[in-house]
Write a protein that binds this ligand. Structure first.
Ligand SMILES: Nc1ncnc2c1ncn2[C@@H]1O[C@H](COP(=O)(O)OP(=O)(O)O)[C@@H](O)[C@H]1O
Ligand SMILES: [Mg+2]
Length: 377
């Protein structure tokens, strides 16, 4: 079974939307898919799927003694897709104990499916990091905004740190050293991972080798969501370079998805966009990503993706797709104009709103720049 955790540093970047539509696309391609809502405390995946409010989910499973996990795995109206709801309404569910987390992980791994898609919450608590690390090829989603890309980077930094702590033997000197770092929040922020690894390599070669064994197989995959124009793809290149340089992590680019206003209409109609408008730029981008996953997915989980996927090429492909989708989006506007569905007035209104948004973003950008400059001693 291929496990695909979907994570992000920042909330609201499209994890649930992509998890739901991607799962449906994989199901349509004939794969048996199980989708789990692991955004415990913020579960809303059933709404995007358009299924009725679930009565049982992971929360009820954990809080009901002697309940069986199989009971909460429900069928959906979609081809080959089963669904495990999250339960947002059980207090404290977002703060799982390590034992509860491991219990869920064991149950998830034991499921019978071709693909297990995990919709995670935003942030970097241990639950989220460990759910993400069930796979070596988890998906990280970001939008092109500076806050989202910085948070994506910080998420991966936390993942790297978690991998290091997982490799360290309990009660060793290195474990003590890492514990001290962890307790001092600002020290962790300042930690330079390559330096930390150098320290561990010298002090504790066994741990270092254990870490390296795992880290060399770890290639998270990136999706850049809510693009406005093709230039936004540069944000993915930048994020990749930071991760290579400071975290020794290299990501594959799984593809870009433009912001698509049809998504709001789809949501109101309670239908996933992939069914509501399969021809939309958004749905097509999801199908393209599903294809890439299926193509690469036939390799075993622990095989080195470097050999199978040319990572540089994945970024070049994403850039080409961004240009092509942009042209498709414009072509679509043209069609709407010609069909009379979009008036000159609508078009002018759209351009005006976009101009306002651009001005707003420029302002935000200036503000962030001045903040950064001020924070440099
Ligand atoms: N490419 C997109 N185009 C238009 N709307 C989008 C797109 N991606 C996400 N959204 C919308 O953004 C909001 C946040 O998405 P969601 O999937 O709930 O984010 P997350 O799960 O990361 O918090 C939702 O209203 C969703 O419909
Ligand atoms: Mg979500």
């Amino acid at each position: 079974m291929h496990i695909i955790p979907i994570a992000s540093g920042k909330g609201g970047v499209g994890k649930s939307l992509i998890a739901a539509n991607l799962s449906i696309a994989l199901g349509q391609a004939g794969k048996r898919v199980c989708l789990a809502d692991l955004d415990l405390g913020g579960s809303n995946l059933h709404m995007i799927l358009g299924t009725p409010s679930p009565s049982r989910g992971i929360g009820t499973y954990l809080s009901t003694p002697n309940s069986s996990f199989e009971e909460i795995v429900g069928e959906t109206d979609y081809e080959n897709l089963s669904f495990i709801p999250g339960d947002a309404e059980i207090p404290g569910i977002a703060n799982l104990q390590a034992g509860q987390r491991n219990k869920i992980i064991r149950k998830l791994i034991g499921l019978q499916a071709d693909y297990l898609v995990l919709d995670l919450g935003a942030g970097t608590n241990f639950n989220i990091l460990d759910f993400f690390l069930i796979s070596n090829k988890g998906i990280i989603i970001t939008t092109p905004t500076p806050t989202a890309t910085v948070n994506a980077y910080l998420f991966l930094k936390n993942v790297a740190f978690r991998q290091i702590t997982a490799a360290v033997k309990k009660d060793s000197a290195t474990a003590d050293f890492l514990d001290r770092l962890k307790r001092d929040g600002t020290a962790l922020q300042r930690v330079y991972i390559p330096k930390l690894l150098e320290h561990i390599k010298a002090a504790d070669p066994g741990t270092y080798a254990a870490y390296l064994g795992r880290a060399s197989r770890f290639h998270p995959r990136l999706i850049l969501n809510m693009l406005e124009n093709p230039d936004d793809t540069e944000k993915a290149n930048k994020l990749r370079r930071s991760c290579q340089q400071y975290l020794d992590i290299d990501m594959e680019h799984l593809g870009v998805i433009y912001r698509d206003d049809l998504q709001d209409t789809a949501l109101r109609s309670r239908l996933p966009i992939i069914l509501y408008k399969p021809q939309s730029v958004l749905a097509q981008a999801i199908y393209r990503i599903a294809d890439k996953i299926i193509q690469s997915g036939d390799s075993a989980e622990d095989e080195d993706v470097d050999v199978l996927v040319d990572l540089d090429e994945s970024y070049q492909n994403a850039e080409a797709e961004a240009s092509a989708d942009f042209a498709a989006k414009l072509g679509y506007l043209e069609e709407l104009m010609q069909a009379g569905a979009l008036s000159m007035g609508d078009l002018i209104e759209t351009v005006k709103t976009q101009q306002l948004e651009i001005n707003h973003l420029k302002k935000e950008n200036r503000l962030l720049k001045s903040k950064i400059l001020k924070s440099i001693p």
